[in-house]
Ligand binder design. Structure first.
Ligand code: ZN
Length: 273
């Protein structure tokens, strides 16, 4: 079920973790961002798009995590873009003979059988300095940063004031750090600063998972994510409902504790170097 959220911008919310696929209408077709999770729901989305009377003319993946790089044959075969770093990261995964097993390890068991792997990750990397998505629809600015995952990009649909945030600015998930990176906390704070710098132009935020939020939510979510990351940095207990006793997802407090552990290990390793 496609929902209109702004002029020429539609969202499909998946059953899995409130994942949001975003459809942006251009004159000759749509741009499809992070298409969805299960085969059935992507086929249904392809139908909904067909009913708009427009083909899919481009795809984009906000980052190289499995839940953002899936595809369905019914979307057709347009170029599927990501940042150069995103493409490099997913191509590296696909270069391993056992990549399907590696991906399968991270899949949610309740949906694992319904997630199509055959077109996973066939991403064309954009030039490292690409400022916008190459298509003839409304200008979609690429805001690349290093939080959460390599080559993560948020997208700003400038004329509509819509920020497609990827796996950040969620009302249901606290920041998930890229713990493989050298400076995951600084990277995250820098990305939030980038969002802050465009916040005046944003009237709607669409997170990769969670609810679409209005203008006032944009700043509130930047604030909330920053407070969480700063608490991790400063060794404070975050005052954040997403990881508190009434967390919206029961497993989030565990992920929070795991992030704390990993950061502590990292600090220890660095002290010994
Ligand atoms: Zn995700």
């Amino acid at each position: 079920m496609l929902k209109h959220v702004a002029e020429g911008v539609l969202v499909h919310e998946s059953e899995f973790l409130q994942s949001n696929a975003v459809v942006v209408q251009g004159p000759d077709g749509v741009l499809l961002i992070d298409p969805g999770i299960t085969s059935d729901e992507m086929a249904a989305l392809a139908n909904d798009i067909r009913e708009l009377g427009q083909p899919v003319v481009a795809g984009f993946s906000t980052h190289p995590d499995w839940d953002h790089v899936l595809w369905h044959a019914n979307f057709g075969d347009p170029p599927r873009y990501g940042t150069a770093r995103c493409a490099a990261s997913i191509h590296d995964l696909l270069s391993h003979a056992d990549w399907k097993d590696r991906v399968a390890e991270g899949l949610p068991p309740e949906h694992a059988d319904e997630i199509p792997m055959d077109l996973l990750g066939l991403i064309t990397g954009l030039p490292a300095d690409a400022a916008q998505i190459p298509w003839d629809g409304p200008t979609v600015r690429i805001i690349e940063h290093r939080a959460h995952a390599p080559g993560h990009a948020a997208l700003l649909i400038e004329e509509r004031g819509v920020l497609v945030a990827g796996d950040m600015l969620s009302d249901i998930l606290m920041p998930f750090l890229d713990l493989e990176a050298a400076d995951p906390l600084d990277d995250y704070l820098a990305a939030l600063e980038l969002f802050e710098s465009v916040a005046d132009d944003v009237v709607l935020v669409i997170p990769g998972h969670g609810s679409v939020g209005g203008a006032e939510e944009v700043r509130a979510r930047i604030q909330q994510d920053r407070a969480y990351v700063e608490a991790l940095r400063d060794g404070d207990v975050p005052d954040d409902p997403r990881v508190g006793p009434s967390a919206p997802l029961y497993w989030l407090p565990d992920v929070h504790r795991w992030q704390l552990q990993r950061l502590a290990q990292k600090a220890q390793n660095e002290a010994h170097e």
